[in-house]
Design a protein around this ligand. Structure first.
Ligand code: SF4
Ligand code: SF4
Length: 88
């Protein structure tokens, strides 16, 4: 069963650790381009939106739920538990 990630936008501090972890999952290297997760921060309002790609887009890979990992890396690396793992 493929886990899905449920974002809790209000907890996110926009540190981007999840993005780096996701790129590491896909490519074995830290980066941002291939990551299936992206953080959008409205600098004026301070609001953060966590975007997870279900399909490939602009070089981003689709989220595969980190099937080869014990737990999705983005959720493992998030220091504030803003990414919940759902195993439906
Ligand atoms: S579950 Fe894995 S592939 Fe999906 S966004 Fe998180 S780190 Fe990326
Ligand atoms: S690791 Fe957590 S706090 Fe940091 S950007 Fe990702 S979701 Fe937000």
């Amino acid at each position: 069963m493929i886990p899905t990630i449920e974002p809790r936008h209000e907890r996110c501090g926009a540190c981007n650790l999840c993005v780096l972890a996701c790129a590491f999952h896909h490519e074995g290297a830290f980066g941002r381009r291939s990551a299936s997760i992206e953080i959008h921060k409205n600098e004026r309002e301070g609001e953060v939106e966590i975007v997870i790609f279900d399909e490939p887009r602009d070089g981003h890979k689709a989220c595969d739920g980190c099937l080869n990992e014990d737990r999705p890396l983005c959720a493992q690396w998030c220091p504030v538990r803003a990414l919940l793992i759902r195993r439906n």
